[in-house]
Design a protein around this ligand. Structure first.
Ligand SMILES: *[C@@H]1O[C@H](CO)[C@@H](O)[C@H](O)[C@H]1NC(C)=O
Ligand SMILES: *[C@@H]1O[C@H](CO)[C@@H](O)[C@H](O)[C@H]1NC(C)=O
Ligand SMILES: *[C@@H]1O[C@H](CO)[C@@H](O)[C@H](O)[C@H]1NC(C)=O
Ligand SMILES: *[C@@H]1O[C@H](CO)[C@@H](O)[C@H](O)[C@H]1NC(C)=O
Length: 524
């Protein structure tokens, strides 16, 4: 409402008008006339302000096109950092509330990985003083994972209906710098003995080992190590499990080292990995500012990095899909009071949308619990990104559509998928258009196309925050909160006709579900 105040006549003018001047009728008539013109003036000011304070967009979708990509049903996944295994007492893995919050995000992979994965030794006590990672001070001393703790982490994933993706230690090596599989063998055989269903990876950010551990594993050797692990998994009863790698970082750096490492890996792994993986962060958690979280230039880094990694795949000559196997807004544990707040949702939702549109198969959010980028707080209350993720699971399927009109390099960034069958009304095909409005003004959207059925209805789910660093998030105006029994509240949409203009508030996110969409690619 501030523009009314700033654009209004000065108070002085009202006083002049209201001054009594002897003739009562004349005074009243003048007031009525002035009042009438005031009203016109207010409407005019309001119109001008309205048009100045927002942009209009037309959304076009070619209904005749096939689905452009099909992501994994576990597309939206998340991690629990291996460093949490150092002190299991602090990890509320047996707390029903955490199991419940994780279950609401099922199906998903839960990646147990990170720098500490390469310090983890299963059921063997190792002498050694605590050492710190010279890059960010993280603990890089070796530690023991006991069978009891291993079982409890597996039980957590299975009770929550999730699939564990376990990162094995690649730094246990022979004098010839080949991977020594002895400890992994114990862990894998132990897992098989308990009929655990697990997928696997080997090592974390190997192209940065010289900075972190003062050790080097060349990419061709790492490729051979993965081939070795694939054979080991096959021989120990895990032939149906997937293996992903090489978990590279620094993709998109000007020196291309990360990209070159990944492509050299891919020509030497003997086709042992099912998906090729890398890690992505936009910002340094220690330096990031709130404005970075709504700056389109920051958002535009992801397309450039995905393109750089695709180049690595192309150079290798392989036809293989990529995963963002560890990703969040800011590295170094996230940015305090930003990466777990309302404002982090923009980068998260845009990452999901852009990645799916670019053919990324899985996106693993760092992290569910722990650090400043957690989706669930230390108090086991969900942060805004958890709610964004739950809505995503409900309203967005793995079938990705091409949005013709999207110019997603600016402040309005929209993506389209078929709506999941579970969210259809009486089996009528539907499309979900979702994304972010980073503008400080409203965005007015008109969805057009002859694919919209006559009786179609648009269900709007608009997410806003009271302020950017809010720990709360609102859906269509109401604060999202779990019910006391831990179940989800009803997600009540605003229902409009397709011909109506959709107004996205400033700095908002939205899921727009069009029920009654004549799109063959989305027919159940
Ligand atoms: C753990 O290690 C000890 C000694 O190395 C061994 O005796 C024991 O069987 C191991 N336990 C499991 C579950 O592998
Ligand atoms: C940690 O374990 C690895 C593999 O056994 C070993 O090479 C390394 O020296 C150990 N690090 C420390 C600090 O003990
Ligand atoms: C990778 O190869 C595909 C197929 O040849 C091509 O369409 C795409 O543009 C290439 N991408 C990059 C980044 O080189
Ligand atoms: C897309 O949006 C950006 C940022 O708003 C703008 O600079 C660019 O010109 C737009 N491109 C097209 C093709 O409209």
């Amino acid at each position: 409402m501030s523009y009314f105040e700033t654009n209004f006549w000065p108070r002085q003018q009202y006083q002049n008008i209201e001054k009594p001047n002897g003739n009562v009728c004349r005074s009243i008539c003048t007031s009525v006339i002035v009042g009438f013109f005031m009203a016109l003036f207010v409407i005019a000011v309001w119109n001008v302000s309205f048009h100045r304070s927002g942009k209009s967009y037309v959304v076009l979708l070619d209904a005749s096109r096939e689905v452009i990509h099909k992501t994994s049903p576990r597309f939206l996944s998340f991690g629990l950092d291996s460093s949490l295994l150092r002190d299991m007492k602090k990890l509320p893995i047996n707390d029903e509330r955490l199991v419940n919050l994780a279950r609401h995000l099922s199906p998903a992979f839960v990646r147990i990985g990170g720098t500490s994965a390469d310090c983890l030794i299963f059921n063997e006590t190792v002498e050694g003083n605590m050492r710190r990672n010279p890059v960010d001070g993280e603990d890089i001393s070796n530690f023991t994972l006991t069978d009891t703790d291993y079982i409890s982490i597996y039980d957590f994933t299975s009770r929550a209906g999730l699939r564990m993706l376990f990162d094995l230690n690649v730094l246990i090596r022979t004098p010839y710098n080949q991977w020594d599989d002895s400890n992994a063998k114990k862990l894998i055989a132990f897992s098989k003995g308990r009929e655990m269903k697990i997928d696997w990876q080997l090592g974390n950010e190997p192209n940065s080992f010289h900075h972190v551990f003062d050790r080097i594993i060349p990419p061709d050797q790492l490729g051979k190590d993965h081939f070795h692990l694939r054979n080991l998994l096959n021989s120990l009863g895990y032939e149906a499990s997937i293996l992903v790698g090489p978990e590279t970082n620094h993709i998109g750096d000007p020196d291309d080292k990360g990209v070159n490492y990944a492509s050299a890996f891919l020509v030497n792994d003997g086709h042992s990995v099912d998906f090729v993986t890398w890690h992505q962060y936009y910002l340094n958690g220690r330096e990031a500012k709130v404005m970075d979280f709504i700056d389109p230039a920051v958002f535009n880094r992801l397309p450039a990095e995905i393109n750089a990694f695709q180049r690595a795949i192309n150079i290798s000559g392989r036809d293989i899909k990529m995963w963002l196997s560890e990703t969040s807004t800011a590295y170094g544990g996230g940015a305090p009071e930003l990466s777990d707040r309302y404002v982090a949702g923009f980068l998260w939702l845009d990452k999901l949308g852009y990645s799916a549109s670019a053919g990324v198969n899985v996106v693993i959010r760092q992290t569910l619990f722990g650090g400043n980028y957690a989706m669930v707080g230390k108090d086991l209350v969900p942060n805004p990104d958890w709610w964004v993720s739950v809505l995503y699971k409900k309203l967005v399927s793995e079938n990705v559509l091409h949005l013709e009109s999207a110019n997603n390099s600016g402040t309005l960034r929209l993506y389209a998928h078929c709506t999941p069958e579970t969210s259809l009304i009486s089996g009528v095909p539907a499309v979900t258009i979702y994304g972010v409005n980073l503008d400080v003004h409203k965005a007015r959207i008109s969805i057009q196309g002859n694919w919209i059925r006559k009786n179609a209805k648009v269900l709007l789910y608009i997410l806003t925050g009271d302020f950017l660093k809010s720990s709360e998030i609102r859906l269509n105006g109401g604060i999202l909160k779990l019910k006391p029994d831990g179940s989800l509240p009803p997600f009540t949409p605003v229902i409009i006709d397709p011909s109506q203009i959709i107004t996205l508030p400033p700095l908002s996110m939205a899921f727009i579900v069009i029920h009654g969409a004549e799109i063959p690619a989305c027919s159940p």
